[in-house]
Ligand binder design. Structure first.
Ligand SMILES: [Zn+2]
Length: 383
């Protein structure tokens, strides 16, 4: 058996295939097009990815997440799942009513039962979750510039799954669990990524696969909303596809996409992302250096240490920084390589992006040629 869902069972709230009937039932409801972060979250609430959450958080739940990193029943939870209204919707929506949810093309896909409505303390959310009020932090900027002043809580039901950036790679937890069962996998290690793969990433994936008892590797790519300078979703998918085809055993690896907005909250995000992977069935979870970090806001190993504080029923695989060492003549890590800094080739995503922009060739020690070929095509970054 793969891992049990977080909190015990998958909380699924989808009734697909009866679209006409559902659309007829929307009559009289206020139509609301959620901000894209909440739109993605509504779909993941409905398909069980965020189990045991069944809806957007109310004030008490939010307070627990901010102050105690836990739900009211003390189950650890670290990232707020909230839904705010923009000024135009705010006047129309009141607690106790149902609203019709519209996708990014303004087409209805679900219903939300609005249970409560409350003023969002944006400063508190930004400070507690992201540890900063700095508007240069991408999520903090969103909170202040894109989120509305009022949040609504309540359950979501969806009757249609709109096209997502992951396309055919976007699967519900139940579908991935079925695939694990079909393959006979019991112990599954999940790998979180949001960028094209370096050889150093491949190393972590393979070291994890070498652990006794591990049946398979689930590479789960966060490819939701794009910011300026992010790799395009198809580039992340294509580069991973090339890595899997050329450098991984197909019977030991499975790749999927997770179309959500990345929370660059360091340790809090790492716990959240691991909870989601547990819902997909993962028993183990890889955490490299500075997972879910951005800039220098978080200690690079805080995302590993938080797993000592919070038990979410998944085994964290913690790795030190990995790099190419000229003396070892291969990818290695701070844990095992005895050589000095001067022998290491550490090339960050930022540096690779700069090299791509200026048309430099990316060294094969860092990026596989099949991956580099895709990156060197140009037009890989969001403008
Ligand atoms: Zn070395």
């Amino acid at each position: 058996m793969v891992n049990t869902p977080y909190g015990g069972s998958l909380k699924i709230s989808m009734d697909l295939g009866n679209e006409e009937k559902h659309i007829a039932s929307l009559k009289g409801m206020t139509p609301v097009k959620p901000f894209i972060d909440f739109y993605y979250d509504s779909l993941k609430l409905a398909d069980g990815s965020y189990s045991p959450l069944e809806g957007f958080m109310n004030e008490e739940e939010l307070e627990g997440v901010l102050k105690r990193k836990a739900m009211p029943n003390d189950l650890p939870w670290t990232i707020p799942i909230i839904f705010t209204l923009d000024a135009s919707a705010n006047d129309k929506v009141t607690a106790g009513e149902q609203i019709a949810l519209l996708d990014q093309n303004e087409r209805p896909y679900g219903i939300m039962d609005v249970e409560t409505k409350f003023v969002l303390n944006k400063k508190q959310v930004a400070q507690d979750v992201y540890g900063t009020l700095d508007p240069r932090h991408p999520n903090v900027q969103d909170i202040f510039e894109k989120y509305g002043d009022y949040a609504i809580s309540g359950r979501v039901r969806i009757f249609r799954v709109p096209e997502l950036p992951g396309g055919g790679y976007e699967k519900h937890p139940s579908e991935i669990r079925e695939e694990f069962a079909r393959r006979g996998w019991k112990n599954v290690v999940a790998y979180q990524a949001r960028n094209p793969p370096h050889v150093a990433h491949e190393y972590l994936q393979k070291v994890s696969l070498e652990l006794p008892g591990i049946d398979g590797l689930f590479i789960h790519l966060v490819i939701g909303r794009l910011k300026k300078g992010d790799y395009k979703a198809n580039v992340i998918l294509d580069t991973y596809d090339a890595l899997l085809k050329n450098y991984h055993r197909p019977e030991k690896t499975l790749m999927g996409s997770l179309s959500i907005t990345m929370r660059y909250a360091g340790p809090r995000a790492s716990i959240f992302l691991a909870i989601v992977r547990r819902n997909y069935g993962a028993t183990h979870y890889i955490i490299g250096r500075d997972q879910a970090g951005v800039g220098n806001y978080y200690d690079p190993y805080a995302a590993q240490r938080i797993f000592d504080e919070l038990d979410i029923g998944i085994i964290p695989l913690k790795f030190k920084e990995t790099f190419y060492c000229k003396k070892c003549r291969g990818i290695t890590s701070e844990s095992v390589c005895p050589h000095g800094m001067e022998d290491r080739m550490i090339i960050s995503q930022t540096k690779i992006r700069e090299m791509l922009k200026s048309g430099q060739e990316i060294p094969q020690e860092i990026i596989r040629p099949e991956v580099a070929k895709i990156l060197e095509n140009g037009d890989v970054l969001n403008e």
